[in-house]
Write a protein that binds this ligand. Structure first.
Ligand SMILES: [Zn+2]
Ligand SMILES: [Zn+2]
Length: 229
């Protein structure tokens, strides 16, 4: 197995492997910006293009800054002082402030595509390990992998589909046992794997909150708000 295969294998364990990779990637990209590029003019320009990232990434950046003792809010404060100034200047000049695409969202989209492709390309080696692990691809990433496999490797697509159904049903049973623990006749507290079944069920259906999943939701909402578009 090549290095990318090992990297994908490492993401197997619990939850959606693609979402887990994306979340780690998102965190590390934000860390790199905050540690190394707060005053980098190229990065600042990218912030300016979207007037300070999308809502998800703006808040995530602030959260990250506060959660790292070595960082703190200073870097983010400097970036957003600049963005606020840009916004005020645009208003003053009578220009409609335009929010371009968030560069972190774009980065996440590329990473999602390459991860899904790598997963589908190595499905033969990954499938047995995926089967043994507690991982379940979330609905979105299952569909993306499946779509590629249906074109390139229909046999593996069918295997993945069967496995996915089995995994979902297994998780459903675990969640059922968790619910049963709330019965007044139940004598024991829920077991660890029953407690974790609830967040994992949500992860299986909705994925983890990263730029790509939040972005998908936002664009649907926007259509609702602006029905003429
Ligand atoms: Zn996922
Ligand atoms: Zn974004």
């Amino acid at each position: 197995m090549d290095l990318i295969g090992i990297y994908l294998m490492d993401a197997l364990g619990e939850g959606c492997p693609v979402c887990r990779i994306l979340r780690k990637y998102e965190d590390s990209e934000i860390e790199i910006i905050l540690y190394e590029h707060v005053n980098d003019p190229d990065v600042r320009e990218k912030f300016r293009e979207s007037l300070g990232l999308c809502t998800h990434h703006a808040w995530k950046t602030l959260e990250k800054a506060y959660s790292e003792p070595l960082l703190g809010p200073l870097g983010v404060a400097m970036i957003y002082e600049h963005m606020l100034g840009v916004y005020a200047d645009l208003l003053e000049n009578g220009t409609a402030p335009e929010e371009g695409e968030c560069f972190l969202c774009k980065l996440m989209e590329d990473k999602e595509r390459s991860t899904v492709e790598a997963f589908a390309d190595r499905i033969g080696e990954l499938l047995p390990e995926y089967e043994r692990s507690g991982s379940i691809l979330c609905k979105r990433h299952y569909e993306m992998v499946l779509e590629l496999l249906e074109r390139k490797n229909p046999e593996a697509a069918e295997k993945l589909r069967e496995l996915q159904i089995r995994k979902l049903k297994g998780l459903g049973e675990r969640l059922g046992s968790f619910i049963d623990r709330f019965d007044y006749r139940a004598k024991e507290a829920p077991k660890k794997e029953e407690v974790s079944a609830l967040p994992l069920a949500i992860e299986a259906l909705k994925g983890l909150e990263t730029g790509v999943t939040v972005r998908k939701r936002r664009s649907k909402k926007q259509r609702g708000i602006l029905p003429w578009k």
